[in-house]
Design a protein around this ligand. Structure first.
Ligand SMILES: Nc1ncnc2c1ncn2[C@@H]1O[C@H](COP(=O)(O)OP(=O)(O)O)[C@@H](O)[C@H]1O
Ligand SMILES: [Mg+2]
Length: 253
């Protein structure tokens, strides 16, 4: 069974008497260990797809299984719990809390999970080490560069050892060198076995991932998957075999 199984999923918005099919009958599998990009022009439905895959929203029609659990009929409360345990998010504008320091920002996803303060700090420091920012734990977000702030957001996304991390235009607010460093970090995390989906409108970013899913008008227009293509001799071989062999990413700490 795939980590994520989407079947015939549609998301329909009604706006001033008009019907908008943000997603139109989408079916899709994502396996553990995959590094994928979801690409398409503005308004094509990428964020809607990410919100539904990430338990931020429910579909109008269709079924979704995440890690063996059916989530398409889950309540808002159930979705919140699943999201907290199984999903990590990274956003374009980092979404860090300005009044908390770096360590406290990274601890935040653990605050409601009954983990002791000491253990929370230990895990948050481990996550900061993964992104190379253990020496910035006492800084406030505003005292960091954009690239460093995004690294903090990535540490926060990883701290609960999620089953999958979604990053929506994670380099959209960074200069190109910093953006490349962030993509390199995602690639490293992927090579360590984590499942990562980058959402982007930028073909250069999509080019770094072995698998690319192209969305147009709410439909999957292309699914470039090295596993399906059987590209045995390609540069994607490592990723493809990786995604079949990996079951669980390494837990933090
Ligand atoms: N909450 C909403 N209400 C109404 N229409 C929406 C809403 N969210 C998204 N849409 C519409 O759905 C379509 C897909 O949006 P979105 O998923 O944000 O696209 P993308 O992330 O690819 O730019 C767009 O036409 C957008 O205007
Ligand atoms: Mg979007």
């Amino acid at each position: 069974m795939a980590l994520v199984e989407l079947r015939n999923v549609s998301k329909i918005y009604h706006l001033g008497g008009e019907e908008i099919r943000a997603l139109d009958d989408v079916s899709l599998d994502i396996d553990t260990g995959e590094f994928i990009s979801i690409i398409g022009p503005s308004g094509s439905g990428k964020s809607t797809l990410m919100h539904i895959l990430g338990c931020l929203d429910s579909p109008t029609r269709g079924t979704i299984q995440l890690d063996g659990t059916r989530i398409h009929n889950a309540s808002t409360r159930e979705l919140a719990a699943i999201r907290n345990q199984k999903i990590g998010f990274v956003f374009q504008f980092f979404n860090l809390l300005p009044k908390l320091n770096v360590l406290q920002n990274v601890e935040l996803p653990m605050v409601y999970s009954g983990i002791s303060g000491r253990e929370r700090r230990r895990r948050a420091m481990d996550a900061l080490k993964l992104v190379g920012l253990e020496n910035r734990s006492k800084h406030r977000p505003m005292q960091l560069s954009g690239g460093q702030q995004q690294r903090v957001a990535i540490a926060r996304a990883l701290v609960n050892s999620p089953r999958i991390v979604f990053a929506d235009e994670p380099t959209g607010n960074l200069d190109s060198n910093t953006g490349e460093a962030i993509l390199t970090l995602f690639r490293q995390l992927s090579q360590e076995g984590r499942t990562i989906a980058l959402v982007t409108h930028d073909p250069e970013i999509a080019a770094v991932t072995p698998r690319r899913i192209e969305i147009r008008d709410g439909k999957i227009a292309k699914n470039v998957d090295p596993k399906l293509a059987g590209l045995a001799a390609s540069r994607f071989t490592d990723h493809a075999s990786h995604s079949r062999n990996t079951t669980t990413p390494p837990p933090l700490g």
